[in-house]
Every structure is written in C-alpha cells, then in structure tokens.
Design a protein around this ligand. Structure first.
Ligand code: LFR
Length: 474
C-alpha cells in the first residue's frame, strides 16, 4: 500500500501523521493556540504553515497529503491571492450579540431550516458579519487555506463548509438566497469540493521546502468529520464523543433532523462523509482542563488525574456549556465563581477541581447523547469515545457511568486516521466506510468501560446542573 500524510491541526496542537496501510506514525507534533494581538485574538497562520512544511519534510515520500483542522475559522484573500491578515480565533469576542441580531432580523427558525446548524456565537456566518469584507475576494476555511498555500488551488471542502451556517443542509451547496439576504458578498464563497476530490500537486515553492513533490487530496477537512469517519464501530448503532479541546457528542444519521425540538435543544446537522449527517452538540470539552492547567504552571497532569480519581464524587458540578467558560483566561476562578453562583462550595484543591470538571463533562456527554437519541430516534448500544480524551481513563469511566452505556475508548488519533483513510479510499486502496472503520479498529487496542455504580446518583447530578445551569447555550 502507498503512504499517505495527514496534516491535522487542532486548537491546542497540530500534527503530521503518516499511514502505511497498517500503522499510523507521528512525523511531527507542535503546539497551537490563540495569540492576543491589537487586532484581536488570532491564529498564527504562518507559524502553523512552517510547522506543517517541517512535518511534511519529516514524513518522507508520500503519495498524497490531506489537511483537516478545527471548523468555522477562515482567512480572506484579496484579488491578487494574498492573505488579508491572520485568521481570527473563534474565541475572539467580536461576534458578541450578532447571533441574537440575526435571529431577530431573519428568524432563528429560518436559519435552522436552511443550514440545520446549532447556534454557536462563533459560527462563520456571525464572524463574516463582524468582519470587514471590502477587500476580500475569497474566504477560505483554515484547512482550505493550508491546502491553498500548498497548491495555489481555491475551494471549500463540504464537511467544513457545513459549519459556516451558509451551506444548504439538504442540497449541500452554498445557500445563495440566505447569503444574499444577510448582505454577504457571494463572490467570496469558493467552489465546493468533496472528501476524496483531487486538489492539485504541490506548488514548486512548497515542494522545494518539503524536499519532494506529491499531490494534495481533499479529505473530510472538518476534524470532527474525519474523527467520526474513523469511529471503529462494527455497525450503525453507536453514539460518539470526539473528545479533544471540544467534546462533540452525538450520532451518525442518513439524513438531517430539522425539527423544532432539535433546534430548541441546539442540535446541529453537520455534513459527514458519504452524505451522512453528524447530528451532535458541542460540549465544552477538555478546554476546561487545558485552561485550568495553564493557570497551574508546574502541575503534573498525570498526578492530578490520579488524585482526582480519589476525590469525593459529585462534590461540585458545573454546566460545562456555560458561555462564561468560552473565552481564554483564568479557568479555576471561573469554575469557582460558577460553583458559588449556584450555591455550591467551590473545589478546594486542583484535584478536586479536576474531578469537578470531569464529572461535569461526563454529564455533558450524557445529556448530548441522550438528547441525540431521543430527537433522532436512532438507538445506540455503545458510545465510542475517540480523540485525545480517550486516553483519560477517568473521563471514559465517568462517561460510561453517566450514560449508562459501555464506552469503547480509542483510537486517540481518530481524526488523522479519518484523514488518511479517505485518501487511501480515493486512491482505490480501501473499499468503503465499513472497511475504513474496520482498519481504524486495528490501529491500537481499544479499551471498553462497562457502566457501573449508582445510576440514580447520575440522575440527581444531572438534575443539579440542569436546574442551576441557567444561561447555557442549550
Ligand atoms: C473541534 C471543532 C468543533 C468545532 C470547534 C470550533 O475541533 O472543529 O467541531 O465546533 O472545533 O471550530
């Protein structure tokens, strides 16, 4: 089998991985994160691109490269093809109030009926409305932007385009009527491409940096779409949690669910590969831990997790989706403030706070999965927890207990796997989604956590965060 490279950019780390038909090897890993600038919270695109080139150099000869990243964020090109500034980070506060304004002007129901997307304050549509588009000729989502730097080719890959709020959920084409009504310039939306489509060969400049040439192939460029493509489930009756900086929790469906109940619960219908729908909700994810760790320089994560396992259960719980947790900043103080606001004693030590975060996240997973099942009527037998969070045994165990379902944990690099497997399929070396999932099941030993403990304790815990968690973006 040929070798394929995945460029997988996450919000807190990026990596270049190589697949040789059986194993996935890390060629390069690097940190990523927001940079505060006078022009707002941004991504360091050139720095990221430098790391990508370095990783691809280390990857050695490959048949093709695929690029995926987090969703919604974009860069603007002017008419000469130059980048108009670093992409703004989705945690920047420039979109404050815009979702509400659009909902009152156009109607939240209309938007949902066209795009089927959950309302998150940072959806691309709201960012574009906050932006100055005067000199913009093209809008490129982050993976499409990296693919453009590598090849000079312009396009919008459809799984990620589905997170903009401007893609028609039924036809999977740009929602031109909605774009016009919002007063956005139609010229900036590039032609759509689908996972597996060829993008083009490397530009000579990129090939020179990497030391060899090859082609770039479109993958499911939304990282969550790639991760779900690599869920190692043997059949359709599964829920998933793609757990990294965010936890994306839901089910895979053959068609969108556009009911009023689903809209009210803020469920999203994002595009998956092969016409599937990722019916899910965003849960705040490991961001809560990452930001807490940033406030405790020198704290060892392994030791904290170990200690958190011995802390008293359900001592303090927060609604993980409370909007107050979205921006960067002192997370332990915000968690303590949320505890006080809701009449609870704040965690008294870092391990107690880690316990609070993990139990709260497990409750977030439970709430999203139960709602996904109820709203879609799609029954599930197990929860597949993939991504970096699958290495967190305590979180996996708590999620199994909270959901009352077995949790199958792994692979940790599901996103990169989904990326390379789509390329291998496009090259004719893998047959279809079922074979991709069977291959994904073999890359690392999967861990199974059976639900245990007192189910009624989790019912009570859920009632606690639901009644105290006013203001969550549910
Ligand atoms: C996960 C993810 C989520 C998206 C969030 C912001 O990495 O792509 O799916 O809602 O990042 O882009």
């Amino acid at each position: 089998m040929s070798r394929f490279a995945a460029v997988d950019l996450g919000a807190s780390s990026g990596r270049v991985m190589v697949w040789d038909g059986r194993t996935l090897t890390e060629a390069h890993r690097f940190p990523n994160g927001p940079v505060r600038t006078p022009g707002g919270l941004r991504w360091d695109l050139r720095g990221l691109y430098r790391e990508v080139l370095h990783g691809l150099r280390r990857a050695g000869p490959v048949t093709s490269i695929g690029v995926d990243s987090w969703a919604v964020d974009y860069g603007l090109l002017d008419s000469s093809g130059s980048l108009l500034g670093d992409p703004v980070h989705y945690r920047d506060e420039r979109t404050g109030g815009i979702a509400e304004r659009v909902a009152s002007e156009i109607g939240a129901e209309t938007l949902y009926d066209v795009a089927g997307l959950q309302v998150l304050p940072f959806n691309t549509v709201y960012q574009l409305l906050a932006d100055d588009l005067g000199r913009a000729a093209t809008m490129l989502l982050v993976p499409d932007l990296i693919a453009y730097l590598l090849t000079g080719e312009i396009g919008a890959e459809v799984t990620n385009a589905s997170t903009t709020g401007l893609l028609d959920v039924r036809t999977r084409s740009w929602a031109t009527g909605l774009i016009e009504r919002l007063g956005l310039p139609a010229r900036i939306f590039p032609p759509l491409r689908r996972p597996g489509d060829p993008i083009g060969p490397l530009l000579p400049e990129a090939a020179a940096e990497i030391g060899r040439t090859c082609r770039v192939t479109a993958v499911a460029s939304h990282d969550t779409a790639s991760a779900v493509a690599a869920v190692p489930a043997p059949g359709p009756r599964f829920a998933y949690v793609s757990c990294g900086t965010w936890s994306l929790a839901g089910v895979e469906l053959p068609a969108p669910v556009l009911t009023e109940a689903g809209r009210a619960a803020n469920f999203t219908n994002e595009a998956g590969i092969d016409g599937t729908v990722r019916y899910l909700r965003n849960v705040m994810g490991l961001w809560l831990l990452q930001e807490s760790l940033r406030a405790w320089p020198g704290a060892g994560f392994g030791g904290l997790l170990e200690a958190a396992g011995h802390e008293r259960p359900f001592a303090a719980l927060v609604d993980p989706d409370a909007p107050v947790f979205l921006p960067p900043g002192d997370m332990p103080s915000r968690i303590a403030a949320e505890c006080r606001r809701t009449g609870q004693e704040p965690p008294s030590s870092p391990p107690a706070l880690v316990r609070c975060v993990l139990e709260s996240l497990a409750l977030g997973h439970r709430r999203a999965i139960r709602q996904a099942v109820a709203l879609s009527g799609h029954d599930v037998e197990a929860v597949h927890l993939v991504g970096g969070g699958s290495r967190n045994a305590l979180l996996c165990r708590l999620t199994a207990d909270a959901c009352g379902l077995p949790v199958v944990a792994g692979p940790a690099e599901a996103t990169a796997l989904g990326n390379v497997l789509v390329q291998a399929r496009a090259a004719g070396e893998v047959a279809g989604l079922a074979e991709m999932r069977a291959l994904a099941a073999g890359v690392e030993p999967l861990r199974r956590y059976e639900p245990s403990g007192d189910a009624s304790a989790w019912d009570e815990a859920e009632a606690r965060i639901t009644t105290v968690g006013a203001g969550a973006h549910r």
